[in-house]
Design a protein around this ligand. Structure first.
Ligand SMILES: Cc1cc2nc3c(=O)[nH]c(=O)nc-3n(C[C@H](O)[C@H](O)[C@H](O)COP(=O)(O)O)c2cc1C
Length: 333
């Protein structure tokens, strides 16, 4: 029989998985601290916050929430029951969570399946195949979001779907005209072949936008340089926008943002486990007037955090991360 893992080994195992969580522009705005005991702390790294796009740190906290879900799931995959306190210290707003593990219980089959996608899930950018999602997939995504204190609202009505797409189009247009935001995006979009281990690499988005009906334009990661992945084939008929949805919370405080992030990562991993992929659009949620429009008109007054599109597609995107050691620090003053 093999020796049980030490707390230090467990921490390294968990952090090596958590860093593959999604984050806005792949900023990876997190730091983990540990002291060799069966616990770790997760901090938001404000030096990685988007100052123009995310002045309140909402997207930073959503990103950290996604990493927190991965920490919990990785511990479950090792047979530990994580005990989590979110934003435990009002005097330390950057302390997103403390997580400890003492009690044991074997992971169930669903947890094992989800954890198998922690390292391999990728954000999709572009259109989807026309085939429908497997039966039960949407219900599983919605239930998962609710378990994390958020909601996944499917925008099925044609008029609402068109309005949501129009909000993404309007936002994308405005963001491309805003010099400060364009410069900020440039900071997080390295040129092809770059050795950067953060930001959105050219191996993770299409060189040419794939239009759908209605159209949900992606961000301008290539910024006119022609960077990005070539199309998979010349003719791609019948490409679809996928099932559109909104990730929302009932209130809009930092604790809700962390819940939204945990729900996001649960949704993304559940989708992966169902063989589906998800495209994310935060453009209209970064503009207060469009966020308010979506809240009032499309999400029954709940606070929207992300537009999601869910569908089936062959994924070829490759992303990058910093070394786990660059995000893990010894605890202490
Ligand atoms: C809060 C948040 C907002 C995001 N917004 C967008 C977006 O508007 N467009 C996009 O293509 N990806 C978006 N993403 C996905 C990130 O770009 C992606 O997670 C990151 O580049 C890492 O790539 P990976 O998810 O494939 O590992 C967002 C992610 C988060 C957590």
């Amino acid at each position: 029989m093999s020796e049980p893992m030490t707390a230090e080994e467990i921490t390294r195992y968990v952090v090596a998985r958590a860093i593959w969580a999604p984050s806005v522009h792949n900023t990876q705005p997190w730091r983990f601290t540990a002291d060799g005991g069966p616990h770790l702390s997760l901090y938001a790294d404000a030096s990685r916050r988007l100052t123009a796009a995310d002045p309140d740190g909402r997207e930073m906290m959503i990103s950290c929430g996604a990493a927190l879900f991965s920490v919990r799931l990785a511990l479950r995959s090792l047979g530990y029951i994580p005990e989590t306190s979110v934003l435990p210290d009002p005097g330390q707003p950057a302390l997103v969570a403390r997580v400890s593990w003492r009690e044991r219980a074997a992971a169930d089959e669903f947890e094992q399946r989800l954890s198998g996608h922690l390292l391999t899930r990728r954000t999709h950018r572009g259109a989807f195949d026309p085939e429908p999602l497997p039966p039960g997939a949407l219900a599983a995504l919605r239930t998962g979001a609710a378990r994390e204190g958020a909601a996944l609202r499917i925008v099925a009505d044609d008029g609402h779907r068109a309005a949501l797409a129009a909000a993404v189009q309007g936002a994308e247009h405005q963001l491309r005209c805003d010099g400060e935001r364009v410069r900020e995006l440039a900071r997080w979009t390295p040129a092809p072949g770059s050795a950067c281990r953060d930001g959105v690499p050219a191996t993770s988005y299409p060189a040419r936008p794939e239009h759908t009906e209605p159209d949900f334009p992606g961000r301008d990661f290539g910024r006119g340089h022609g960077w990005g992945l070539p199309p998979l084939s010349v003719a791609m008929p019948h490409r679809a926008a996928g099932v559109a949805g909104l990730l929302t919370t009932d209130s809009d405080d930092p604790v809700d943002w962390v819940h939204a992030g945990q729900a996001l990562q649960r949704i993304l991993l559940t989708a992966s486990a169902c063989g589906a992929a998800v495209a994310l659009h935060s453009q209209p949620l970064e503009l207060p007037w469009l966020r308010e429009f979506i809240r009032a008109q499309l999400s029954d007054g709940a606070h929207p955090h992300l537009v999601l599109r869910i569908g089936l597609v062959t994924q070829v995107a490759i992303s990058v991360r910093r070394d786990p050691g660059d995000a893990l620090y010894p605890a202490g003053p």
